[in-house]
Design a protein around this ligand. Structure first.
Ligand SMILES: C[S@@+](CC[C@H](N)C(=O)[O-])C[C@H]1O[C@@H](n2cnc3c(N)ncnc32)[C@H](O)[C@@H]1O
Length: 166
């Protein structure tokens, strides 16, 4: 991925971070941190610490965009995800493992995610000294060229826009 990114954008600075250790980066210097679905797989006990460490990377006016799966994704059918084989997902609470299959990959093995509710995300953001500035739950539109299943009625993903609280 880094090789391809550098080939497409030679002026960019692309680096791999070892796990969730940000010590090699210049803390306090980033305008924007984008986390796309990472926290779907990060256990409950680690979330607040990693968000706090991400917050420390921001300059005071910086923003974190945290895209996560909504709990509803694990109990509905979607154009490119299925959960019907996992009725136990409906009983899962924050921190529990849930299963989902991505149907537009060749690899149909169930993915193990960690369910985490909006209330729980807000609690870890508070614990991590982050303030929620905006929340988006976009829906798909009927006029789009896709055979949407639940996407026009139920938002599968939640986007939190976060700033340092102090
Ligand atoms: C659902 S994937 C999302 C990948 C990519 N951001 C995307 O949108 O396609 C979740 C990612 O979180 C990473 N991840 C899980 N735990 C992590 C941790 N403690 N530190 C860093 N990355 C982690 C996994 O390796 C995986 O690549």
């Amino acid at each position: 991925m880094l090789r391809i990114a550098r080939a497409i954008d030679p002026s960019g600075d692309y680096r791999i971070v070892p796990g969730d250790n940000f010590n090699g980066l210049d803390a306090g210097t980033f305008d924007l941190v984008l986390s796309a679905f990472t926290f779907d797989n990060i256990p409950a006990t680690m979330k607040a610490r990693i968000f706090r460490d991400l917050g420390k990377q921001l300059m005071p006016s910086g923003t974190i965009v945290s895209i996560v799966s909504s709990p509803e994704i694990y109990t509905h059918e979607w154009t490119s995800f299925t959960t019907k084989d996992f009725p136990e997902n409906a009983a899962a609470g924050s921190g529990d493992v849930v299963h989902i299959i991505v149907t537009d990959h060749q690899d149909r093995r169930p993915v193990e995610d960690i369910l985490w509710t909006d209330e729980s995300y807000r609690a870890v953001y508070r614990e991590a000294n982050l303030q929620v500035v905006q929340v988006f739950q976009p829906l798909a539109k009927d006029n789009e060229p896709y055979a949407w299943v639940s996407e026009t009625n139920i938002p599968p993903w939640t986007i939190y826009v976060l700033r340092r609280a102090t």
